[in-house]
Design a protein around this ligand. Sequence first.
Ligand code: ADP
Ligand code: MG
Length: 863
Amino acid sequence: MIRQAKGKTPRRPPPKKPSNNQKDPVGVYCRVRPLGADDEECCIEVISNTTIQLHAPDGLKANRNGEYKETQYSFKKVFGIKTSQRELFEDVAKPLVEDLIHCKNGLLFTYGVTGSGKTHTMTGSPGQGGLLPRSLDMIFNSIGPYQAKRYVFKPDDKNGMEVQNQVDALLDRQKRDSQTTVPKTPTTRRIDPEFADMISPEEACKADGVDEDSSYSVFVSYIEIYNNYIYDLLEETPFDPIKPKPPQSKILREDQNHNMYVAGCTEVEVKSTEEAFEVFWRGQKKRRIANTQLNRESSRSHSVFIVKLAQAPLDADGDNVLQDKNQVNVSQLCLVDLAGSERTSRTRAEGSRLREAGNINQSLMTLRTCIEVLRENQMCGTNKMVPYRDSKVTHLFKNYFDGEGKVRMVVCVNPKADDYEETLLVMRFAEMTQEVEVARPVDRPICGFAAGRRQRNQAFKEELTRRLEERGGPVDGEFPTVLNQLLQSFPPLPPCEISGPNDDVTLPRLIEALEKRHKIRQMMIEEYNKTANMLKSVLQEQDSNILSKENFIQEQRGKLGEKDKMIQNQKNEIDRLEKKSKMLEYKIDILQKTTNIYEEDKRSLQQELESREQRLQRELSEKRRMESRMQGMVTDAKLKWEKECERRVNAKQLEMQNKLWVKDEKLKQLKAIVTEGKTENRQPQRPSREKDKVPPKRSASPSPVPTGPPVRPLHRRSHSAGGERWVDHKPTSNVDLDTVLQPNIPNAIKVNAPNEKALSKCDKYVLTHQEVASDGEIQTKLIKGEVFKTRGGGQSVQFTDIETLKQENPVAASRKRRSSETDPDGEPMEGDWTDVETRCSVAVEMRAGSNLGPGYQHHGYPK
Ligand code: ADP
Ligand code: MG
């Protein structure tokens, strides 16, 4: 809202803006135009009414990767290709027009690549009017009946607005009418076909809540910013076809309220949509002509159409505009069609054109930078300087971004693949712009007059007209009755017929009566004025009451807004915390899972450990058992071996004794032979049996041996003694020797091999054994023993005596020894000894029931 300061007061700091902490983000809308006839590839998809998705065209995807994946951009609203101009207007521009009418400023610009539909959106075409003609139409539909007469409002040259008095305004109007060049009033002029049918009447819309007690006037300006120069498109310059004058650029100034304006810019007061649009069209034409003449491209310039709405309250009578500059409110709506946002490379410009392109780029770049800095300041609480002054466009609109009204942007996009890269940049900028917040404009304060003035004034005027028409007729209704009563309260007029030229009575009486009436009237007027003043003061009091209430409400609203903001912040915080907690929950989940896995591992490892321990235990006990078994076995074996050793020692001892005995025997025999040579034919004498007595302990058999069996002396020819029975054992291998005396044992059982049956029947045993003696002669030995019954039921023989029968041959000494046993080495054999000795040393044991002879049970060990 551009508030007017008193014209005559010196420059003063701008009036403090009503405190307002509420802010709104820049509203960014996206409009997608349909593909052109020649464009095949589409790189944009509308995926919801707030989001679009860009995907790189095939050609680009191949070149780079990563950067060209699908990207989504969200806006306040996205308008697809089927969106009508009206729908767009309803959403985007209508609220701005409503604001304009309620004294608030607005800025609306279209942004996008050349050919993306900026001009189509802003201006449109016949039958498809854009935001601009529709906005104008809505303005006039809303304020139409409340418009002030032309020239009542008059712009000063300092961006302010004055209220002219009736007479000056009338004079100006007359002057205008006399100028033929100025287009005629809307009712009489013909509509240019170029902009006819921009809006169909059924699409007309109207703002609500228009203050009827105000008077309105609309002023439009149209400027172009080209190459960072500002040109006034509505400036009336005498056209010289021979030497056209180049247009003069304008400069930007700051008014008393620090608002920026184009100094000396034409502001045309317009009274209807058609008139306004006609002015716009005039500017367009001028622009086109200038572009053609100067060889410029319109896509490189920014065009700014400014609609200013001046409004001031009607005076107390509701008749005229209040003649108070302080009460004039001016709001403005800027409609900007920005230059195409393409990069220099794409414009294929060279030389001065390149510079131009650079400047366009520069001004859009500055816009970008400003928005970025603003955003950063707002988001991070920094206070960086926003470089508005770097370009004319941003400089002109600086107040909007600093909080002087609503800002909206329509981002136009052409979905064709060629534009992809530039569209990407446009989208990024547009999305970022949404993060900038602009202070919400506050409602204007109330002027202080009672509402409904215009209505009352209207009603009064109507009544007066009616009354004039019905002059003299009967009066009805409340108002005429009061008037009648009033009239009747006056003293009646005396007869006023003058009787003659010298009538001194009638006239003075009439004069007196009239004076009386005059006095009464004066009194009544005074009374009326008093009452009116009283009423006025009451009303004013009430108005101020209302005003303070309004202010209070405003304040409360502000507070409410703050609270809202706080709530919003807290909500955001809650959201953030919720997200965080979700994240943490997720992490906990993962950790839990990890813990479970570890626990599982631990459990399985423990189980394994336990099983291994058990196995170890088992093996240990097994080992111990084995050890004890081994111990047992060892002791067993030790015992066995000890016994065995003892047995063997005994056997050995026996054997050695036997050997000793045999040798002794031989020695004795030799002795006998030696002595026999001295006593002729004397039979060799066997030494005393007592001497040959076998040692009592001869049996090595484990079987119990009867201790010390009596050894009876045996004779060479033994005879059967009484009841003795003999087993006569003669091996079949024996040779019959006639030369030797054979023992004749009566009643003997002759056997070739000893057997148990025979042994069991006898108590004596004799073995006839032949062997070759050392001199080569066969000697026969009679080995005798006694048969004992063993405890096991078998038979055991204990040898007691050996008799040797030998055939003596004197030449035998030279005879070659005949070996009975195979002895290939011819070594002296001791087998003869051994055999006898062995047999003698061995006790033959027959087990009861055994079929085998004692030979088989022989316990002797070979040498
Ligand atoms: P810009 O001003 O961005 O350079 P224009 O508004 O001149 O683009 O649009 C270029 C062409 O595309 C015009 O012929 C226009 O009629 C057409 N066009 C743009 N937007 C639309 C739309 N939404 N629907 C139909 N045609 C469109
Ligand atoms: Mg355009």
